[in-house]
Design a protein around this ligand. Structure first.
Ligand SMILES: *Cc1c(COP(=O)(O)O)cnc(C)c1O
Length: 401
């Protein structure tokens, strides 16, 4: 499905670390943070051990704690909602905009107003199973997720968050290199979080980074990732509940190498996405990824198409696999994950737009080193898979996208 792009220069940087005496808390993390902050044009970057760890700390840093509500998207990788659960907070799901696949800003505005109003208005946003204390609390935070590299509607979301006293944390883990109205994704909220798992636009192996404009928040985040130590440099002095969410030096070195090549990595991915777009243009039953007007740049993370309604997606996945082409239904909605169904009582139908999109999306193999021939091979296999599965299903619903 994906492949990291590691160059000899990246390897040399990791080697440099291995031949030094600091494998953790050394100069590479500092260099990586400084260059990341400069790239985003934001004063502070705090490197952490994963994107998930970054989301967790970002929520703590805006004061999210037990019993709070965090408004977020059900159409995401599970980590975004889980981060709220780590603090005993409740992820309050709002359905997505079918064009961007990200949080619908009008839904966010209504949810924030209703949560503030409390009582019955608030209750309609909450899951069936919940501790009593959760009714009537205004949202502490809103966490838009820039799914597949397409930034959420940050201007209206930030405006409603402001109106209702909620802090904005951006899950920008899939949006490395993306821009919303000319500004980098991740730079709008109180904090923005990026992830560097090997399938992302660039990698550190495991790793992530949190960006923020506020110095006090950056200092708090550095303490939280480092066992709650303060700035006094006294090793065994812990002033708050902290975590070991540090990024090690080898990972930071790889990240530094990748960051220095990021424009080239992004350009390669854009080339492959364009090849897919072009090759898929004639295919009736497949809608290539769209781009909303506010998205001035997409940092391509995955290449996710929509299959025409009525297509037997499982049959398509099976036929592709038989041709040696991996593909993945992406994302299964968070609220329908077994853990969320059991704990919160969610059911099918709770977030209809998310579910409708999730039923028809399919991620195709995608990384920056794919050749035009490989793209062609995948699309040819997809054409065959669609024609076999179309024979088996009724043509009635195929007009709907
Ligand atoms: C990748 C990703 C994360 C972070 O994942 P890690 O594996 O913890 O780095 C968080 N949210 C979304 C939407 C992601 O795609």
């Amino acid at each position: 499905m994906s492949a990291p792009d590691v160059s000899p220069e990246d390897v040399a940087l990791v080697h440099e670390v291995l031949q030094s005496d600091s494998l953790s808390m050394g100069p590479m993390v500092e260099r990586f943070e400084a260059e990341w902050a400069a790239r985003l044009g934001i004063p502070h970057a705090v490197a952490v051990s994963s994107g998930t760890a970054g989301l967790h700390l970002a929520l703590i840093s805006v004061g999210v704690s037990a019993g709070d509500c965090v408004v977020t998207s059900p159409f995401s990788f599970v980590a975004s909602a889980n981060a709220a659960l780590y603090e005993g907070a409740l992820p309050v799901f709002v359905d997505i905009d079918p064009a961007s696949f990200a949080l619908d800003p009008d839904g966010v505005a209504t949810a924030l107003a209703d949560l503030e109003a409390g009582g019955r208005a608030a209750a309609r946003w909450l899951p069936r199973h919940r501790p009593d204390g959760w009714v009537g609390r205004p949202a502490k935070a809103v966490m838009p997720v820039h799914v597949f590299g397409q930034p959420a509607a940050m201007a209206p979301i930030a405006a409603s968050a402001d109106r209702h006293g909620a802090m904005v944390i951006e899950d920008a883990c899939e949006a490395i290199g993306s821009e919303y109205e000319g500004q980098p994704a991740g730079a709008f909220g109180a904090a923005g979080v990026f992830g560097f798992y090997p399938n992302k636009q660039m990698t550190t192996g495991e790793g992530g980074v949190i960006v923020t404009v506020e110095e006090a928040r950056a200092r708090l985040l550095r303490s939280l990732r480092n066992q709650g130590r303060d700035d006094s440099a006294t090793w065994l002095r812990h002033v708050r509940l902290g975590y070991n969410y540090r990024l090690d030096e080898m990972s930071a070195a790889l990240g530094l190498g990748q960051l220095r090549r990021l424009d080239a990595l992004l350009a390669q991915r854009a080339r492959v996405a364009a090849a897919y777009d072009q090759r898929l243009a004639g295919l009736e039953a497949v809608t290539p990824p769209g781009r909303v007007a506010t998205t001035t740049k997409i940092g391509w993370f995955v290449y996710v198409v929509r299959l025409a309604a009525g297509t037997d997606r499982a049959a398509v996945v099976g036929a592709l696999a038989a041709d040696g082409v991996p593909s993945r239904p992406y994302f299964p909605p968070i609220h329908l994950q077994p853990y969320y169904r059991e704990r919160f009582g969610y059911r099918e139908g709770d977030f209809p737009i998310t579910e409708a999109i999730a039923r028809t999306t399919l991620a195709l193999p995608f990384h920056g080193q794919m050749t035009d021939d490989e793209v062609d091979f995948v699309v040819s296999a997809l054409e065959r898979a669609l024609s076999t599965s179309a024979d088996a299903t009724s043509p009635v619903a195929s007009g709907e996208r």
